[in-house]
Design a protein. Structure first.
Length: 279
């Protein structure tokens, strides 16, 4: 069996299963705690989780056990991988990357851990770029460069209905400055320097969604881009329609659900747009 470079990410990448399978990307599940139940995040029903959160039940998260990474890396080595590139959610938002580093020390082939400094499909697209180069037989330096370049150039634009869930989870970061805004003022956020940061305060959900699209259009410019829209208990249809109309350089728009772990932090009603230059 010919040697190859395997690509691993975590479930906060929001990669649709079909896309992960297409590029042979292994996805390690972050843990979700709902009441007294703890499990891999993909085992929780998203609709039920939205209702649970609205009811006030405690929902928290934790990184995968290092053992989950160890066995994923071992499987890649057994399948003939000569090295592994493992890309993860910002270390300022989660200890997931530390669990990956701990596991990497126990594996017999080189494991290169990348703290993406971001999350959601900015991370997902970086994993896809790395896997595409690896699948074409690219050397390790080219695989890492593809991932790092994609992360560096991608933009996360996030609408949340309330900052309360980010405040509770301690992931509010620089967006702390937006706390105390009137209920009708909706926050728009991004991920900058590895943490959640404020973009704008907009009155009302409709105007906020319009502004979110405007920001995505500006970020895309005239260059070829990949776009992703992820939702957590929100309706994305109008946002997707407007992006298709207004971003001529967009390829297919990936539309999907936010990871339930991300949903636990941003709260019901959240929606994000990822703008990721594809060249």
């Amino acid at each position: 069996m010919s040697a190859h470079i395997a690509v691993v990410t975590d479930s906060t990448s929001c990669l649709p299963e079909k896309l992960a399978a297409q590029w042979r990307i292994s996805v390690v599940q972050v843990q979700l705690h709902v009441g007294d139940q703890t499990d891999d995040e993909h085992r929780f029903d998203r609709g039920d989780l939205v209702q649970t959160m609205k009811s006030g039940t405690a929902v928290t998260t934790s990184p995968p056990d290092p053992g989950a990474f160890f066995w994923t890396y071992q499987d890649a080595a057994s399948a003939g991988a000569s090295a592994i590139v493992s890309l993860h959610i910002s270390g300022r938002l989660s200890q997931t990357v530390e669990a990956a580093r701990e596991a990497a020390q126990q594996v017999r082939i080189p494991v290169h851990i990348l703290d993406s400094g971001t999350a959601s499909m900015s991370l997902g697209y970086a994993a896809v770029s790395a896997a595409r180069v690896a699948g074409a037989g690219g050397q390790l330096e080219r695989v890492l460069d593809a991932a790092e370049r994609r992360v560096r150039n991608s933009t996360e634009l996030i609408y949340v209905d309330t900052l309360e869930y980010l405040r509770r989870s301690g992931r509010i970061g620089a967006a702390q400055s937006m706390l105390g805004s009137a209920f009708a003022i909706k926050p728009l956020l991004t991920v900058r320097n590895g943490e959640v940061s404020p973009l704008a305060r907009v009155p009302g959900t409709k105007r906020a969604m319009n502004r979110l699209v405007d920001l995505a259009v500006k970020a895309a410019g005239d260059q070829p881009v990949d776009l992703a829209v992820t939702r957590f208990g929100s309706d994305e249809s109008e946002v997707v329609r407007r992006l298709r109309e207004r971003v001529p350089g967009a390829g297919d728009i990936v539309v999907g659900d936010a990871s339930t772990v991300i949903g636990a932090h941003v709260g019901p009603g959240a929606l994000s747009i990822t703008v990721s230059p594809s060249n």
